[in-house]
Design a protein. Structure first.
Lengths: 245, 211
């Protein structure tokens, strides 16, 4: 195998030095077998520029820290192999989220705000008895909940979403998927109407214009289109029957 | 909750506008297809076309169509306008975004708003010309011969593109059909509609030449 010389054009920006405009810096390195962007970025930081900022924790698409735009497409750097990349690759941080510097963004604040607004916890008036045996859940339901729970909150669906790029309050596919998870959960006693008041609007599921970049780019393959459609249909039926109190 | 939001709180408003957008869009697609079938009567012959035109005129179907278009088209425009980024900064973001992420469905949404605006302008001209000029084989072929061929070809392509992408979007959003199957079905319908339209235009154009 002839070793390729790879070029990476990486966005450099430091919010502490606002006088320096964001720009692309070029890096070169030799490709190695089985090389992922995780390896590339660490090598670059170790050998070429120790100030390069990016996030990684698990390097196995579990933690969701390394979402970025690889040649424009939102994806996880750790699961992107250089053998699938052209000779020149551009790396940009995910849009929408707060830019911390270079490729590093803060997805945490966004997701926490979304969790609060969608009230991402089981709503029930049952008191919890720690001594009682756990209630059993139907396996099919558990699997359905798990499908939504597979979301690793990397933010790729949000960065790739045109609506989220211009509407800061839009909860995006990650938010709608989160709501779907609680709608399926039999322990959550929220009524359709209560859900409707949270997501039956432009900031929720009716803000989605159906471009499906979320579904096309989800690095862990959560069926976001199905989740969006499920919540949309539920909220349409709630909206239809909604009566003023 | 802030006072201005509390005073104007209407939880169903966004849902209702979404429904208006979808229903008016579907009605306009139905109108487009019916329109194409009606003009295709020229394929049977001049008598069929003139007969249908006369029938519509006698039964007030032409003014009815205009009222329909003003109401339904107006509702559609009113509903979709909220989706089009109105501020310059937002426009810059969405075009940059589309160029950046290389995603076909994102591009088709931008074209959707561009074609929608163009259709509005062209359709107004089309309706005005047809209303004042009348619908008849001789008038119609004369118009197409003398300068309107390109105008109608452009309107046909824009309308079919807009309708097809709009339908695609509805089905994708509500999740009723698989996406690649949808691509295929809508592709076939688009080719058929444009094919019929192009044939009709060509027939009128050659008639205009011989007249």
């Amino acid at each position: 195998m002839i070793e390729r010389e790879l070029t990476f054009r990486i966005m450099r920006y430091n919010p502490d030095e606002p006088e320096k405009k964001p720009h692309l810096q070029e890096f070169h390195l030799t490709e190695e077998p089985g090389m992922s962007l995780f390896v590339v970025l660490n090598k670059l930081r170790e050998e070429q520029d120790p100030t390069l900022r990016f996030d990684f924790v698990c390097r196995a698409s579990i933690c969701g820290s390394c979402g970025m735009l690889v040649n424009g497409r939102p994806t996880l750097a750790c699961k992107t192999l250089t053998k699938d990349l052209p000779d020149v690759t551009t790396l940009l941080p995910l849009p929408v989220f707060k830019l911390l510097g270079d490729l590093s963004v803060d997805t945490g604040v966004w997701f926490r705000d979304m969790s609060f607004r969608t009230e991402s916890w089981v709503h029930t008036d049952e008191t919890f008895d720690p001594d009682a045996p756990e209630k059993r859940m139907d396996n099919a339901v558990a699997l359905e909940i798990y499908e939504a729970e597979r979301c690793i909150e990397c933010g790729c669906c949000i960065g790739g979403c045109a609506t989220a790029n211009i509407k800061p309050d839009f909860i995006g596919a990650a938010g709608v998927n989160r709501v779907a998870r609680f709608m399926v959960d039999p322990r959550d006693k929220r009524t359709e109407r209560e859900y409707f008041e949270v997501v039956g609007n432009e900031d929720g599921v009716f803000g989605c214009i159906g471009l499906m970049a979320c579904d096309d780019n989800c690095p862990v393959g959560v069926p976001l289109r199905d989740q969006l459609a499920y919540v949309r249909r539920k909220m349409a039926s709630a909206g239809w029957r909604y009566q003023k109190v | 909750m802030k006072l201005q939001k509390a005073l104007s709180y209407s939880p169903r408003a966004d849902f209702i506008v979404e429904v208006i957008q979808m229903v008016s869009g579907l009605l306009l697609v139905l109108f487009l297809w019916t329109h194409m079938l009606f003009v295709a009567s020229i394929l049977i012959g001049s008598n069929a076309f003139n007969g249908l035109s006369l029938f519509m005129e006698k039964n007030y179907l032409l003014p009815a169509a205009i009222v329909f278009l003003v109401l339904v088209g107006g509702a559609h425009i009113g509903a979709v306008i909220r989706r089009i980024p109105s501020r310059w900064a937002e426009q810059k973001i969405v075009w940059k975004h589309a160029k950046l992420i290389h995603h076909a469905d994102t591009w088709s949404w931008l074209f959707q708003s561009v074609t929608g605006a163009a259709i509005l302008a062209l359709a107004i001209i089309h309706i005005a010309v047809v209303t004042y000029g009348g619908i008849d084989v001789i008038y119609s072929s004369g118009r197409i011969k003398h300068g309107f061929l390109v105008f109608y070809a452009v309107l046909l392509l824009l309308a079919e593109y807009h309708a097809s992408v709009g339908l695609y979007r509805i089905f994708v959003k509500w999740g009723w059909v698989k996406r690649h199957k949808l691509h295929w079905v809508l592709g076939v319908i688009s080719v058929l509609t444009v094919g019929i339209g192009a044939t009709v235009l060509w027939i009128f154009f050659t008639m205009g030449v011989h007249a």
